[in-house]
Design a protein around this ligand. Sequence first.
Ligand code: SF4
Length: 293
Amino acid sequence: MSKSLPYNELSVVPLMTQHSDHIHNLPSGSGPETQLRTITGQVFDIQRFSTKDGPGVRTTVFLKGCPLRCQWCSNPESQQKYPQVMDFPNSHVISGKHMTPEEVLKLLKKDTLFYRNSGGGITLSGGEPTQQAEFATELLRSCRQAGFHTTLDTCGYCKWEVLQGILRYVDLVLFDLKHMDARRHKELTGVSNKLILENARRMAQAGIQLIIRFPVIPGCNDSMDNVMRLGEFVSNLGVRRFDLLPYHKFALQKYEALGMDYRLKEIEPPSQDKIRDIKNALESFGLEISVAL
Ligand code: SF4
């Protein structure tokens, strides 16, 4: 998943950054532009001027709710579907807010010129956006109608029928693959990879534009055996674009703020040599590799 910034960098008072609309600063939904709709979503962050979640300059909308429990999750506040209080040393933040697609779209439209000039658009991330399928579909449909390029960032763990409905309005999918071994995948994320791999195959067969994303987590999924299996699987899909996402520790303060145990506390980010070796191995399958900074 994309990385929502640590809350002390985004916080409403007093630390909001120039480029982020923190959820607390989002409109309440009582304005005249709000239509009467029953569809609402639980949104926990909206980041403007993102350059890492698809082409060009984008706005990334983060939705709550995820069926996985990855040990390295960098957005632990995204996992539950309901709003949560985060207790930071100098502030309390409520993560999650009900919003209508129209409210979100109004914010997204602020940066229309940036999307147009950079070839950017909107990215829906989380959490796992397909967990709020109705809201995600309606928001993406509205974005398409507004002429925005749309990207879905997904872990792929979703019924195909549900995914199909959402994909009608998606131009690009950022598809996370975490481990090729089903048993190890379950140990690390709480679920088997069977449905995920099947959905990756189905998307590729359906001609969906895909970029595979692989979080490199030392000691968890960075063995050469796993990397080679991954390279073979992705090249067989006919997909070429592949992003490496090296593990980082930025989420630690979020775990503390949520009172959650961070099991990977002792793990250090992968070395540059390790990333280079993985990149070289994947390139031997003809994949185009980008490394996220
Ligand atoms: S798929 Fe894993 S990393 Fe992504 S939001 Fe869910 S638990 Fe976190």
